[in-house]
Design a protein around this ligand. Sequence first.
Ligand code: COI
Length: 357
Amino acid sequence: MEIRVVPLPEERKKPKYNDESQLGFGRLFTDRMFIAEWKAGQGWVDARIEPYAPFVLDPAALVFHYAQEIFEGLKAYKWPDGTVALFRPEMNARRFNLSADRMCMPEVPEELFLGGIERLVALEKDWIPTSEGTSLYIRPTLIAVEPVLGVKPSDHYYFYVILSPVGAYYASGFKPVNILVEDRYVRAVPGGTGEAKTGGNYASSLKAGLEAKKKGFDQVLWLDGVHRRYIEEVGAMNMFFAYENTVVTAALSGSILNGVTRDSVLKLAVGLGYKVEERPIDVNELMADIEAGKVKEAFGSGTAAVITPVGTLCFRDVCHTVGDGGVGELTQKLYDTLTAIQYGKLPDQFGWVKKIG
Ligand code: COI
């Protein structure tokens, strides 16, 4: 589909940040956005890149009432030689459409998803920060905009992409976080929407997150919704536990997100000589293994969070420090290797990097 580029008037250009160390996460947006519309009976129409601006939406738009919404997160990196690269964007395209299917939304053809992102990022490449740990975060989103109060799939959608120059997701940067295993609230149940990247999953996680923050934790780690016993994920990260020679993560059960970084970590860990296991992880066994010193390292993975070390894990008033509470050797190695591939400093032996522009 042809993408129309609406001119960006000089006066609509935003002032650029001048201190990359102060970017934080997702607070600043670039000059332009991509948008395409899907209308019942017509399919995808009017793909365009416009100056970034608020939407005017009917207050009855379905997204506001019944949360028919999905999104993705990926990043563009600027290499020292000026090359702009995406990381495994076709995985995001595929997951987006799995989320769309779960939420009864129209599939976004891969050429439209990737084509829109690539064209937009190429136009906005001067916004990509270059210092260590920074990148351009890409947020593709699909919302239902039909104004009607009946509970039904919309007959009109906006697919749009916005861009945000970002630093680390956690304000503390690449430092160990403290995590509370949540046993009161649940994030997802079998047959629910846990595997879909839909806003409601995040809205329903806020209460537990807020309560945990008040107790001094950075994040909650969800347990499965049936037994409240098996480790699932942290809302913004998949979780990994490193034993002597084995890296363990929760199996894709249908209620956790199939992370792009999760998949990359599994492949990198094998390359580093570890055995990897995707299996149910019993929280009681895990806590006992941490206490016994069998779990050497714990870390989370995500596009925004990259690789985030875990310092302590607490469950029902019992807290255990993982390893020595600092950044473990494997965690550091995975972070270094993954980011070196993303920033073009190591050969891309897996074919993960997609150069654009
Ligand atoms: C991402 O890692 O891209 C996500 O979508 C997580 C989000 C909560 C920031």
